[in-house]
Design a protein around this ligand. Structure first.
Ligand SMILES: C[S@@+](CC[C@H](N)C(=O)[O-])C[C@H]1O[C@@H](n2cnc3c(N)ncnc32)[C@H](O)[C@@H]1O
Length: 327
């Protein structure tokens, strides 16, 4: 593959930060480690494999919706702007929009450095007319758009229902941050998983091939290999269930026996059955999501659903602040 030059910005989301966050998370009750730490190169590949699983309806459902709404998205957004994909991963879904939307520039943002590099390189090769940029950064922190990406009209794209990984107050803060990134005349196209029969959800996060389990357990391999933690990855198992009261799938790593994790001279003891909470995936109704979006200063302009109402894609535009009236 001929490689086109790509502007690659690296904020170096650092192992030091990971170490600090993991130490805090293991010391807290309940114990928790943020899902962003799933994603090293192996984690990103495992997530990509999850997207292909028969039980994992979100990816194929969202892709079907994007295929059918691409022209309408193009009409709403207009051409020649900058398309900013947050948590771009394999940058596959964006391909369903590019020919219709015809942006001038694409900026992929992800925390998984090498996977991001490879994905945008493939994109640049396949779309020679598109200016491609990438930024390896943690989108949970405040960040500036690099280079020319801050200029002109902007459409942010946040697929995969990654918004569901945030606690509702963090989701609100994130949407506010996105609004600031794309203001004054930009918009956000976002994929949001819907509330549904818990059995469908249970199957999606407990696949029979055990890929989601590998993805969850990959976190422990990162702690061992990157942070030097002393632990036995076989000593934990994957658990995912739908918490009806909270409207979310929860993923946990459950200790199979009494054991310790040692990290940086500290000892974290686990009794059999004790858990590390690794991910939430909140599910929304359309109305719940619209309330969240409006709270962040984004106006729901259009929502598209699949025929079984499993998944939704929303086009939200920035609500311009009304100017103070002249006296
Ligand atoms: C659920 S996957 C979705 C991937 C892809 N967009 C899709 O829809 O299939 C979440 C993506 O966001 C990235 N990610 C997760 N937390 C992040 C963070 N805090 N900052 C930047 N990227 C993050 C992961 O590396 C991963 O590519």
């Amino acid at each position: 593959m001929n490689q086109r030059a790509i502007r690659f910005y690296d904020d170096h989301p650092a192992p030091a930060t990971m170490l600090e966050e993991v130490l805090q998370g293991l010391a807290s009750r309940p114990r928790r480690i943020a899902p962003k730490f799933f994603y090293d190169e192996r984690g990103s590949r495992l997530f990509d494999a999850i997207c292909e699983l028969p039980e994992y309806y979100p990816t194929r459902t969202e892709m079907g919706i994007l295929e059918s709404c691409a022209d309408e998205v193009a009409r709403l957004s207009g051409p020649d702007g900058t398309l900013i994909e947050l948590g771009s991963g394999a940058s596959k879904k964006i391909r369903l929009l590019l020919e219709a939307v015809r942006p001038r520039r694409y900026l992929g943002i992800d925390i998984s450095r090498e996977f991001l590099r490879q994905s945008v390189q493939r994109l640049a090769h396949d779309y020679p007319w598109l200016e491609v940029q990438a930024a390896c950064t943690d989108f949970m922190q405040d960040f500036e758009l690099p280079g020319g990406a801050g200029e002109g009209k902007k459409l942010a794209f946040f697929p995969g229902s990654t918004i569901g990984n945030f606690e509702p107050h963090d989701a609100l803060a994130f949407l506010q941050r996105v609004r600031r990134l794309v203001q004054p005349d930009g918009a956000l196209l976002i994929g949001v998983d819907l509330k549904k029969d818990p059995q469908i959800l249970h199957a999606a996060y407990n696949d029979s091939a055990g890929i989601t389990a590998q993805f969850n357990l990959n976190l422990l391999l990162r702690l061992r290999d990157e942070l030097g933690a002393e632990l036995d990855p076989q000593g934990f198992r994957h658990r995912a269930f739908y918490n009806t009261a909270r409207g979310r799938i929860e993923m946990h790593l459950i200790s199979r026996r009494a054991q310790d994790i040692r990290l940086l001279g500290r000892r974290f003891h686990f009794e059999p059955g004790e858990s590390i909470h690794t991910e939430n995936s909140y599910k929304y109704t359309l109305e719940e999501f619209h309330v969240l979006a409006r709270g962040a200063g984004l106006r729901p302009r259009q929502a598209w659903l699949d025929s079984a109402h499993l998944f939704s894609v929303h086009y939200l535009s920035v609500v311009s602040r009304s100017r103070p009236r002249a006296a």
